[in-house]
Design a protein around this ligand. Structure first.
Ligand code: PLP
Length: 239
């Protein structure tokens, strides 16, 4: 996993360069090292090389890793949130990236109140209206905004998206731009500040930074090709 430390350095350099190219400060973008499917030892090495913020997408997978890793690690939950997992997620994760419905947001708000927490959250937007993906439709988010803002326990950071897959990074640009424009519109209309844009992954984080990303979620460019056991299959395949 020495390679992972080397790749972390490269990703950091690419983030700095992308910030410089678009006239943004180097610390305007937070790197979330997405460690899903990678073992705790790999996370530890990358942490010891100076990376503090990590992302996981499944509570069941994350819990045993979090238990054995340094408490100084700041965990972000980037996956789909199941309502029956919220009670376990909130104490362990500093930020939730994919609140995708008012119903879920209300459930998180309620549990947060019980636990005495004020979680930081992003609202996930399904920018392309893909049936396979979670997230608010843009118009539905506008409609839900006042109710969301009334959930007093949630510290809404901004918007998050996972754009449709495409042949190259440039394919994602219009979707990143759309998320930013949607954010700008919501800020004006609802008189609220939504500074965060969680967008950009290994294949397209530089484009996302050019379009205003404040949080990039990068896994395989740091940890290497992701291997995961696919249920019902022998052997491993990249996901
Ligand atoms: C897995 C995942 C990532 C990281 O993907 P890479 O292509 O490995 O960088 C980012 N965001 C979400 C929501 C993910 O599930």
């Amino acid at each position: 996993m020495v390679e992972a430390v080397g790749r972390l350095g490269l990703v950091r350099a690419r983030i700095r360069a992308a910030c410089a190219a678009s006239g943004r400060e180097a610390d305007a973008v937070e790197l979330i090292a997405v460690s899903k499917t990678y073992p705790a030892d790999a996370v530890r090495e990358v942490f010891e090389a100076g990376q503090v913020v990590f992302g996981e997408s499944r509570q069941q997978e994350a819990a045993p890793k979090i238990a054995v890793l340094p408490a100084a690690i700041r965990w972000h939950f980037i996956g789909r949130v199941q309502r029956n997992k919220v009670r376990k997620l909130l104490p362990a994760f500093e930020v939730i990236h994919a609140l995708d419905s008012l119903r879920l947001a209300a459930a998180v708000n309620e549990v947060a109140a019980e636990l005495g927490l004020f979680p930081k959250v992003f609202l996930q937007v399904n920018v392309a209206g893909e049936a396979s993906k979670g997230g608010f439709e843009p118009a539905a988010l506008d409609e839900a905004m006042e109710a969301l803002l009334g959930l007093e326990r949630l510290e809404i950071q901004g918007l998050m998206t996972i754009p449709p897959e495409g042949p190259d990074a440039e394919t994602a640009r219009p979707w990143f731009e759309r998320l930013r424009t949607l954010r700008d519109g919501l800020e004006l209309k609802h008189g609220v500040s939504l500074p965060g844009l969680s967008m950009g992954m290994s294949g397209d984080f530089e484009v996302a930074i050019a379009e205003g990303a404040t949080h990039v979620r990068v896994g395989s460019a740091i940890f290497g090709t992701r291997l995961a056991r696919v249920e019902g299959e022998l052997g491993w395949k990249p996901i």
